[in-house]
Design a protein around this ligand. Sequence first.
Ligand code: PSZ
Length: 496
Amino acid sequence: MNLLRGIKRCGKMTYIISRQRSTVAASARPLTDNGKFDRPSIVTNEIPGPKTRALLERAAVVHNTGAINFFCDYEKSKGNYLVDADGNVLLDCYQQISSMPLGYNYPGFLDIYKDESSLVSVVNRAALGNFPPVNFTKDLETLLTVAPKGLTNVVTLACGSCSNENAYKALFMWYQRRQRGEEPLGSDQNIESCMMNKPPGSPNLSILSFSGAFHGRTLGCLSTTHSKWIHKIDIPAFDWPIADFPQLKYPLEEFKRENDAEEARCLAQVEELIERWRTKSPVAGLIIEPIQAEGGDRHASDDYFRKLRNIATKYDIGFICDEVQTGMAISGRFWAHDYWNLDKSPDIVTFAKKMITGGFFFSDEIKWKEGYRIFNTWMSDPSKFPILEHTLDVVKSEDLAARAAGVGEHLLSGLKDFERRYDFLSAARGRGTFCAIDAVDTNTRDSVVKTALSNGLLIGGCGEKTIRFRPSLIFSIQEADMALGILDDVMQKIAP
Ligand code: PSZ
């Protein structure tokens, strides 16, 4: 099937700005056609509706419900449509915080577990590090079919935070191995001191991260996360260096000189921090997202990332690329860092979310010898590997990276049109369908996201005032048009 050809043809269409859309969205008519949804449908006066509110009340007795948006009916949800507990059907451009590669209940996926060997992996959850199932090596090889260039090793883990957390450990181990040379790992001095959290066994080393970054909320990761204070307050943090992430001005064509200067300033600062930390807590490596997601969809140029990679090489420190949110084709390339054309790949690339399992790819140089150093009980969930295998088949055979590039171009041109027509919107940006636009302030952004939801469109917020799109890889031009149509109505309602 040549999806791309279809997309290019459709790409010439402009999206339909239609009052009709929101009327459609608000209607309570049944919307299924051959078991598929073709538009959103809102059946309650507000979201959360009464069923979600009742469920929330019950949950609140035993659980913190502060982050729950609404309860969902995953049996009824299909494709890019998420059905909530009250039967509202939402066009989902957020996809479980960017975690569903092929939308809901992709055709045939429910049948995967009719195969007994897949079902056996659900019933008997393996402790992967100790007792992997016989097909585990095949699953690792499947993962390696999408490994970034030069990274020939992989470890699986449960989530994005575990992946980054263990990636930091792998870098520290690599850094110390080179410092130690021929000295034994388990010298008496090392053993005694590490058991007391003291150097040399527990060395003073650091990971350099960037302002606005998000790498997870576990204790090590949290010291490299700087997107929102609510994630960090009350929690002790490592005193590790934090460099400014470039703050680009939009439109990019208009501010080229300023933006180049900003990137140069930020790169110089990275070098300065590596030098400054050398005596107190040497930088073993740095971690960066190709597009800062939680921090507000902040981009930097490919040239900035190439130069940053060169700095890591120059100082002989590790370079971790966190592709937890940007990975798996949404950017228009399988890995967002594929756009950079690096001379030397990152040393480690971490993944999770749409990749179905967490984990990281790493180079031979990083490889460690001893068992149990990067380890825990589950190390991913092997019952998900059949889904991973089928998902990768679809992503490759239907070239969903190209599809995301085509649909993304269309979506972005719609957002650029908004930016021209609405004074309170700016900085439309994106790669593939990883798209965003800024509102003038937090309140306006929040009311756009909320009003969109009540009109049947699920989108996300990030950073201070950013509206973000994280659709699945099967998001179509027609669905992009529908999303833009609903948003246009929302913007007209919100416009001051
Ligand atoms: O509020 C939260 O905890 C959120 S909202 C979105 C995320 C987390 N994203 C997770 C994430 C990420 O976007 C990047 C770039 N790196 C690491 C993580 C952590 O992944 P999980 O959530 O799987 O631990």
